[in-house]
Design a protein around this ligand. Structure first.
Ligand SMILES: Nc1ncnc2c1ncn2[C@@H]1O[C@H](COP(=O)(O)OP(=O)(O)OP(=O)(O)O)[C@@H](O)[C@H]1O
Ligand SMILES: [Mg+2]
Length: 237
């Protein structure tokens, strides 16, 4: 029987149609940053948003997912780096030295190498899309706990992001490059605000034992009461 030849976008379209039809969840598991996975996620987000007549929100959702997955991947890579160097992330001095060295080595080439190491160590990043006609919930889970310093920094960034109107305002007021540029979470929150999504619907949570979860809830219409209004997540504005 001849096999049907489909382009990548046709394959994505078909896969996504089925997942959307069943109103189920889509789970994407990755170990590093792979362009094809990123492309798939972007196409998927666009299709889901279009389906629910909220294409206007797609760019904001894409930005947020990209940042949250990147943070999760980097967190896993950091754990590998610290373990290899024999450094303790919970020791302030060792954390500072380790981060300085990690920043120096981290670039596109290292990403491929560390992606392989993460796979071997089973340190994964799972992106879970859960959607229905009322809301889209996206969770990005990495199976390493947050270190104390990471938690502190994430909390600071979320606080700053809730307070400032846009990314320009944030840049004027804070210049800190202790880890990355430290703009990712703030960018997520200001992007959400510009798209008319309450930035408090982004939260970060770690059980400090096994995993860290970034969660964002996107209401699709004004009548929906987000679960954030019902529960208070552990680490958020
Ligand atoms: N999944 C995660 N696991 C552990 N720590 C995290 C996670 N997500 C965020 N963090 C912590 O929150 C901090 C702030 O994240 P943010 O994305 O704002 O900045 P950054 O990633 O350091 O820099 P940039 O995004 O500009 O490259 C991170 O430096 C890290 O310490
Ligand atoms: Mg970041």
């Amino acid at each position: 029987m001849p096999t049907e030849k489909l382009t990548l976008s046709e394959k994505i379209h078909r896969a996504a149609e089925q997942i959307i039809e069943s109103e189920s969840r889509l789970v994407i598991k990755a170990y590093g940053v792979i362009h094809s996975t990123e492309d798939f996620m972007r196409a998927f987000v666009r299709q889901v948003m279009q389906r629910f007549n909220r294409s206007d929100l797609a760019p904001a959702v894409e930005i947020v997912i990209k940042e949250l997955t990147m943070n999760a991947v980097k967190a896993n890579f950091k754990k590998i780096y610290f373990a290899e160097a024999g450094l303790d992330m919970e020791n302030p001095e060792q954390y500072e030295n380790g981060m300085a060295a990690f920043r120096d080595i981290i670039d596109e080439n290292i990403f491929v190498d560390y992606g392989k190491k993460a796979r071997a160590a089973k340190l994964s990043v799972e992106t879970i899309f859960d959607f229905d006609k009322d809301r889209v919930i996206i969770e990005v889970r990495n199976n390493t706990p947050m270190a104390e310093h990471e938690e502190k920094r994430a909390r600071e960034k979320l606080d700053q992001g809730l307070k400032c109107e846009d990314i320009a305002e944030f840049m004027l007021n804070s210049l800190d490059e202790t880890e990355g540029a430290g703009m990712g979470l703030v960018l997520c929150l200001t992007t959400m605000r510009s798209a008319g999504i309450d930035p408090r619907l982004l939260s970060l949570y770690s059980d400090f034992k096994n995993e860290t979860v970034a969660r964002v809830e996107i209401p699709l219409h004004a009548g929906y009461v987000p679960s954030r209004a019902r529960f208070q997540p552990a680490l958020a504005g």
